[in-house]
Design a protein around this ligand. Structure first.
Ligand code: FES
Length: 137
């Protein structure tokens, strides 16, 4: 019997054991630390764009976090540093370009109906910047 199961392959074993394995979706937490304010010089910081879909912007007055989800249909725009724009790779055709957003997240071109959202941030007692992407504004 055991040999027969092994011979049937991993697909059959998977089908037989599936009812006993809980169905769970493992999503990353919507809240996380990005470091201290002093870790960010003036400018756009994209090191979290691929993993967490956020960009940190610091100017002379403040620090804020842009949530990089295109407001057209939700693709992740790329930051194009040479043009200082976010460019959405989706919905580009011969006549229309994908949406673009400036460094503040304001929509400039394309079908996006509004600016990129910003994520809620707070400082924890140790001085870490905590970003919560479940609280967008
Ligand atoms: S999702 Fe970005 S242009 Fe459509």
């Amino acid at each position: 019997m055991g040999v027969a199961l092994l011979a049937a392959g991993p697909r059959l074993i998977s089908l037989l054991t599936r009812p006993f394995i809980p169905k769970a979706i493992f999503e990353p937490s919507s809240v996380g630390s990005i470091g201290r304010v002093s870790d960010f010089g003036v400018g756009m910081h994209t090191q979290f764009l691929q993993e967490r879909r956020i960009c940190v912007v610091r100017n002379s007055e403040r620090l804020y976090v842009i949530y990089a989800r295109c407001t057209h249909q939700g693709c992740t725009p790329d930051w194009v540093a040479q043009e200082r724009k976010f460019k959405c790779p989706c919905h580009e055709s011969g006549f229309c370009m994908g949406s673009t957003f400036d460094g503040d997240g304001m929509n400039c071109e394309g079908p996006a109906p509004r600016p990129l959202d910003r994520a809620h941030i707070a400082l924890d007692p140790s001085g870490q910047v905590i970003v919560d992407i479940s609280r967008l504004w």
